[in-house]
Design a protein around this ligand. Structure first.
Ligand code: NAD
Length: 481
């Protein structure tokens, strides 16, 4: 079903994010029949291109990043017919009147007008001011902004204040692409659409919850940014925090944007501070043909963490006493994002100690494949007595749902939500600020102590101390080996 007609202006339309994510996502929605004939995609960036040259740029991007769909020349040509371009300078006045004229002419009636700020945050304020001054925005226009949203509470507040000068909160879509993943949304469906899980979803029945977001790639040419961010700012403050919120939040009264975001905010506000001995920071060293982190970023003395594992607690009735373990890093043994909910032991084992210890585990796999698995304990088949074994009760979406399980990429979903005006999967100003308010003292703590990250081999499971932290608690990390 096509969404309402729209004009999407991608400011920074020649950048890496546009090439890799935004353009392929729109193209795929076009192929799925969601873009009506009068939709337009207007690239706007510093590069001096005309519309035909930008269409060539779009074609190349699709060939590289849109997979098999881009082999269909007719689809690519059809999509490119919606594409236009204006060269602009975000810090000067060049191009803005032209962009304004282009948007004003030929826009479909009642079209949604959205501006994707695919540029660094230092340009947000300049762009917002020009959008208003050149009459490009009104109270119905929408803006999409990317991470990083600030580098601490102060800078995030400043960014929010800058945007609030020009837009209402209801117009601002802060992207966290993890929230666009089908399985992440499924988390809410599983929790709040079944009677089975929610009664057990608390400290009484759950031993602990762990969230791992592991990447095998290094800093990938983004060394300068990463060196100032590190894993805590780059991943924990946003993506892992959002996953934690969805796992831990109370059921909202309705599935509407503010009801969901109110509940997520309460989770962040309930987070306790983290003890220094519950934090393990790491930095990868050269191994298996990979350069070290320090070589990758060109700083022999870098103390930035490319890995972090931490244990935290929520101060509320549902979760008091249940630890949450978060772990993320680069150059780990493989790409693996998963959430594991480990249930407690049965109160008494009727099978005796030789049956061993068996716990139910619910695993929500986000990357590389999406799916949910519940580990249940059954009798091991055969005549060997009452021996127990854990088997997965596999909720493989692909098998159960067939082609309907082909989840769209997160960006496809999120950009369409912008057009639909649905903010449920976007972070609100107060959520972002609360997340920084929790993150800041942790970072200040290790900076004040002068802690250096622990070295770990590239393509390993991270520093040994992360495994030790778990073992001290009598637990193990799941997934990454
Ligand atoms: P990039 O450097 O590849 O592209 C920046 C774009 O902004 C280019 O189109 C450039 O022409 C334009 N631009 C820069 N200065 C300008 C000016 N003064 N006037 C007009 N246009 C100007 O950056 P990117 O990797 O595409 O990232 C864009 C934003 O998205 C950044 O905030 C980045 O942190 C964020 N982000 C990127 C990725 C990614 O995969 N690349 C992932 C997550 C978030």
């Amino acid at each position: 079903i096509p969404v309402q007609a729209f004009d999407l202006v991608v400011i920074g339309g020649t950048g890496d994010l546009a090439r890799r994510k935004i353009l392929p996502a729109l193209f795929k929605r076009f192929c799925a029949g969601q873009m009506s004939d009068d939709c337009r995609l207007i690239g706007a960036a510093r590069r001096d291109l005309d519309a035909a040259q930008y269409r060539d740029f779009v074609r190349d991007a699709l060939r590289e990043f849109a997979g098999e769909l881009a082999l269909n020349e007719a689809s690519v040509a059809g999509f490119c017919a919606h594409v236009d371009y204006v060269a602009i300078d975000a810090r000067g006045d060049m191009g803005w009147q032209k962009l304004s004229d282009l948007v004003a002419t030929g826009e479909a009636q009642d079209a949604v007008r959205a501006f994707y700020f695919s540029v660094g945050p230092s340009l947000f304020s300049d762009i917002a001011e020009r959008l208003e001054r050149f009459g490009l925005t009104d109270s119905d226009s929408r803006v999409v902004v990317e991470k990083p949203f600030g580098r601490d509470l102060e800078t995030a507040q400043a960014l929010n204040a800058q945007l609030a000068q020009y837009f209402d909160e209801g117009q601002i879509y802060r992207i966290d692409h993890y929230l666009g993943k089908e399985t992440v949304q499924n988390l809410m469906a599983v929790r709040f659409g079944n009677m089975l899980f929610e009664p057990l979803w608390n400290a009484q029945y759950i031993d602990h919850i762990q969230i791992t977001v592991a990447e095998s790639v290094g800093v990938e040419g983004r060394g300068e940014y990463y060196e100032r961010a590190g894993a805590m700012r780059d991943m924990v403050q946003n993506h892992l925090m959002q996953l934690l919120c969805l796992i831990a939040m109370e059921p909202p009264a309705h599935f509407d944007p503010d009801a969901v975001r109110d509940e997520k905010l309460k989770v962040i506000r309930a987070l306790d501070g983290v003890q220094p001995h519950h934090i393990v920071r790491g930095q990868y060293t050269a191994s298996d043909g990979a350069l070290s982190y320090r070589e990758d970023v060109g700083n022999e003395r870098s103390k930035t963490e490319s890995f972090i594992a931490l244990k935290c607690h929520l101060n509320n009735w549902r979760w008091a006493g249940t630890p949450f373990y978060l772990r993320t890093g680069k150059r780990l043994s493989h790409r693996d994002s998963e959430i594991t909910v480990v249930f407690k032991d049965t109160p008494h084992s009727i099978f005796g100690p030789e049956a061993g210890r068996h716990r139910n585990e619910l695993t929500i796999q986000l990357q590389p494949n999406e799916g949910i698995t519940l580990g249940v304990t059954i009798k091991e088949p055969g005549p060997g007595g009452m021996r127990l074994v854990d088997v997965p009760l596999d909720m493989s979406f692909a098998e159960a749902l067939g082609p309907a399980a082909d989840a769209p990429d997160a960006y496809e979903r999120l950009i369409m939500d912008v057009i639909r005006g649905n903010q449920t999967l976007f972070m609100r100003n107060d959520e972002v600020e609360a997340a920084w308010a929790w993150t800041d003292p942790i970072i200040h703590g290790w900076e004040a102590r002068g802690d250096a990250p622990k070295p770990y081999d590239a393509y390993s499971a991270g520093p040994d101390d992360a495994a030790l932290m778990m073992r001290r608690d009598g637990r193990d990390w799941k997934g990454l080996e």
